[in-house]
Design a protein around this ligand. Sequence first.
Ligand SMILES: C[S@@+](CC[C@H](N)C(=O)[O-])C[C@H]1O[C@@H](n2cnc3c(N)ncnc32)[C@H](O)[C@@H]1O
Length: 235
Amino acid sequence: MLKFFKNRRVMQEKIVKMFDEIAPTYDLVNRILTFGIDKNWRKKAIREVLKYSTPKKVLDVACGTGDMIEEWRKNIDCEVIGLDPSNGMLDIAKKRFPDVNFINSYANDIPFESEFDAISISFGIRNVVEIKKAIKEFNKALKKNGVLVILEFTKPKKNSSLTKCVNFYTNKFLPKIGGLLSKNKEAYEYLPNSIEKFYTADELKELLEKENFKVLKIISLNFGQVSIIIAKKGE
Ligand SMILES: C[S@@+](CC[C@H](N)C(=O)[O-])C[C@H]1O[C@@H](n2cnc3c(N)ncnc32)[C@H](O)[C@@H]1O
């Protein structure tokens, strides 16, 4: 049993170390690999939240270099706090946003209670080893009726021909180009492997509902490869 927990800790530390290593090239590689479309996905995720809530205080979990923080600030006047366990990613975020508060911590260890009107996590939850604990922490950190938005690569429900094309790009091209640009092949092989092992949007919905969230909307993007899930903290 002890070994199981130790393995999970080691696995999580390895993931964070990988982000420390790719931090300097993360933004550039993202823009090139997604042809800049990732920016539109983040914007859409935030605009969907704004249909249900006008948050004054937001926590961006797994904030990385701060792309989601940039999008929050473009779309609404609110206080945003960033949380991430990777010093490499946080150092870049702090330079981009000197006036934002950042916390070095894990999604499954959020040092706040009933504090936020909204929590966002974009392309972060797939990297969280203790995902159920993280969802409990989101619930704890949100105020009553607070909104959670998850933007993530999810396993598609059906394998249509277009999904197969997108998967081909992600599994074959992306690790090669990402590996070349970042000089870290392992990190860009991790991406398709982690998507393959991750949940479908419906499975994520189930996990959220078990932890007292009401899922308000699921939006499927990129031929089912990316999902936006909007959920509200239950009573
Ligand atoms: C792919 S980046 C996403 C960054 C940013 N949210 C974005 O949209 O570009 C994933 C981030 O998740 C962070 N991360 C990894 N494990 C985590 C955990 N257990 N809790 C919170 N963040 C984690 C990494 O350090 C990294 O910054």
